[in-house]
Design a protein around this ligand. Sequence first.
Ligand code: GLA
Length: 399
Amino acid sequence: MKNFVLAAIFGLLGGAASLAQEKTSPSASLALTPPMGWNSWNKFNCNVSEDLIKGMADAVVKSGMKDAGYIYVNIDDCWQVSRDANGNIVPDPQRFPHGMKAVGDYIHSLGLKFGVYSDAGSQTCAKRPGGLGHEYQDAILYAAWGVDYLKYDWCNTTTQDARASYANMRAALDAAGRPIVLSICEWGTAKPWLWGKEVGGNLWRTTGDIQDRWGGQQKWPDGSCCSNGVLSILDQQLGLQSYAGPGHWNDPDMLEVGNGGMTDTEYKSHFSLWALLAAPLISGNDLRNMRPEIHDILTNKEVIAVDQDALGREGERVAKSGDQEVWAKQLKDGGRAVILLNRGSGDQEISVNWEEIGYPSGISAVVRDLWLHKDLGKFTGEFSATVAPHGVVMVTVRP
Ligand code: GLA
């Protein structure tokens, strides 16, 4: 009995201690909805500089992207060139002549947040110095620069354990005392959806890199496998939906909307599907000179609201018949967001019936088209629409 009482007391104390720890962790309540922002990689690759980043931050504000919810301005690979005699990471002095804090200060002055990129291995994917062995030192510098978001890549990690490596980086960031979103970029190799949340990751890539293409996988120029088109990434999300939730998201990679390799119809589908997947919406195009069509895709507030819905459910495929697919996501108010997707090359009539989305077939529900911005009326049991090739019809269904 005595032992039992002691065990109970220690159990309680332990519980209280871990609760207190959770409360005091600076990163405890980050990314309660999927992060939104801009990242340099998809369009600019290694061609990053202070001027580019500041110009893009200005454009986030001027284009209305900030008002639509895009907050993070993230510099991807190639801002760093070496380490100094003390092991501190050195930004490229030509491209970032005023250092990284100046860039962060500028981004913050616009009411935006600042992201950088590094790698869990010895070198980044573009062969710049990685974070291995410098995790705590780097985290202290990032915090001093005002970094709010770290994308942490997985190149050149040889025999490292992924879970331990990312847990170590989260511990380092927390020890530096600043809330910093941790974006795990491990490409899905070690199934990060199984452990990403536990190690304090806020999002984790589920696949290899996206390319500005509708479908298929292609080998990289060096012969290694593979870059993914939108449909190929989509197919790799099947079954992962239960791992996502507030603070921890599956990441099907950054957006290619506006980069020129797909039609506007395909970009609309790409954007709609990412929103339904509760994916981080990290734009990757040149925001300084977007066509109006691209602007209207990226800032469609009704589609963004689906992505940012506070319930934090990731949508899933609920029906498939050949090239016709139906995807659905439960919303906080009990409604559903639904995508009718036509993967084929001719117009198709696609239907969703209420049972597929978790409603009794007898009820009637208001259907609203999120691209036409129009209520389509009340429907009982099902809804159908003609969908263009490679296109979507995206609606909400509310009983
Ligand atoms: C990897 C990542 C990309 C990008 C590049 C940078 O390929 O998956 O998103 O960050 O590295 O080199």
